[in-house]
Design a protein around this ligand. Structure first.
Ligand SMILES: *Cc1c(COP(=O)(O)O)cnc(C)c1O
Length: 365
């Protein structure tokens, strides 16, 4: 298990599993006339992972961070790029240079894009965002949404109305349904009748919208999805939405961390309990004295230990601080020693942190 040529903590990335997931899901989407924007923010745009997105036939590469898109263009990845967080006023020059398409929800920002495009004699495609109730980005008022779409179509010369879109299940935890996505579909039809042409894109959400596609209940008008989680960690559909999918691999990212201390200790802290290193007041169950280990990896690498799953089923995670992870070894059949490596599978949130941590060694297999 221990590889002396590796530095720890290591995040092992199985590119074949990622490619497998991407191929399965893009063909499902393509068979239903849905294009796919592969969202690379969850893996920090690591180039060897991004290569799988292209090989797996993603139609667009997307990120919320312009630096990821900049890297794509600088690495000559030949694919249309999509900025999926509405641009900052302060980054419009980068937006028109590195994003072919951006999601937008403010007229002031769109006007700035038009101005910059005129200055540099270029074009930019926008997707106008409508809020179906998740209460993050987008217009919630239908008339102002339609008005802005018409304004772009009729008044702007460099900004092109490429389509409309929505986002669900990110802030407000709202599930995509046939009903709420039909509202987006109807808005598309209204705008199309007013502008006298079809919109190129009606973007119906992220991984959670795959639920409707798998049940064959996604409105026909939806012709694009923006997928990240299902490609990388593949856990949301089953673990969060009770949707049984047997064709997605969940083993693409394995965290390997090294044991730096093993002691018999009680589980309940001794003395007056105040706050932990982050000012929180966790609860400490009392399970008595047990064998526990410290691992050299912490919250600043993985975010939150609840998003890690030990591969040894008999190990439980007890807690963590910024640079330590504490585990219970009492029930494990393995006789772990100092210097041994413990492996974890990870949910999307942990992968997002781990791929961004400078202290975590990344190894593709
Ligand atoms: C992150 C993000 C996505 C991808 O979501 P997944 O659940 O990872 O598929 C799609 N759209 C927007 C706007 C996002 O911010």
């Amino acid at each position: 298990m221990l590889d002396r040529n590796t530095t720890y903590p290591t995040l092992e990335i199985n590119l074949q599993s990622i490619l497998h997931n991407i191929k399965k899901i893009t063909s499902l989407c393509h068979n239903n006339n849905i294009s796919v924007a592969g969202v690379i923010k969850g893996c920090n745009g690591i180039p060897s992972v991004v290569k799988q997105f292209i090989q797996g036939r993603c139609d667009f590469l997307a990120s919320s961070r312009i630096r990821h898109l900049k890297e794509l263009k600088n690495n000559n990845f030949n694919c249309q790029t999509m900025l999926i967080r509405t641009p900052m006023l302060s980054e419009i020059d980068d937006v028109i240079n590195y994003a072919d398409i951006s999601l937008n929800s403010e007229k002031q920002i769109i006007d700035k894009i038009e101005k910059e495009c005129i200055k540099f004699n270029t074009y930019h495609k926008v997707i106008l965002m409508f809020d179906l109730g998740d209460l993050r980005e987008g217009y919630i008022d239908e008339q102002s949404f339609i008005d802005l779409a018409l304004y772009i179509e009729n008044k702007l010369s460099k900004v092109q109305l490429y389509g409309i879109g929505t986002n669900l299940g990110c802030y407000g935890s709202i599930l995509p349904t046939t009903q709420n996505l039909n509202k987006l579909a109807n808005l598309a039809t209204i705008i199309e009748s007013k502008i006298g042409r079809d919109l190129d894109m009606v973007s119906g959400g992220a991984t959670s919208s795959l639920l409707l596609l798998l049940q064959n209940t996604i409105p026909k008008k939806i012709n694009n999805l923006r997928i990240g989680e299902a490609f990388l960690t593949g856990r949301d559909l089953y673990d969060h939405y009770n949707c049984f999918v047997d064709f997605i691999k969940k083993d693409a990212f394995i965290l390997k961390a090294e044991i730096i201390e093993i002691k018999e200790k009680p589980s309940y802290p001794i003395g007056t309990i105040s706050v932990d290193s982050f000012g929180n007041r966790p609860t400490y169950p009392n399970i008595g004295v047990h064998k526990r280990a410290l691992l050299a990896v912490g919250k600043q690498d993985f975010g939150c230990h609840e998003k890690l799953l030990p591969l040894d089923d008999d190990i439980q995670i007890i807690g963590s601080s910024s640079d330590h992870l504490i585990i219970n070894l009492q029930n494990s059949k393995n006789d772990y020693k100092i210097g041994d490596i413990i492996e974890f599978s990870a949910f999307y949130q942990a992968v997002l942190y781990l791929t961004n941590s400078l202290s975590v060694n990344k190894v593709c297999t």
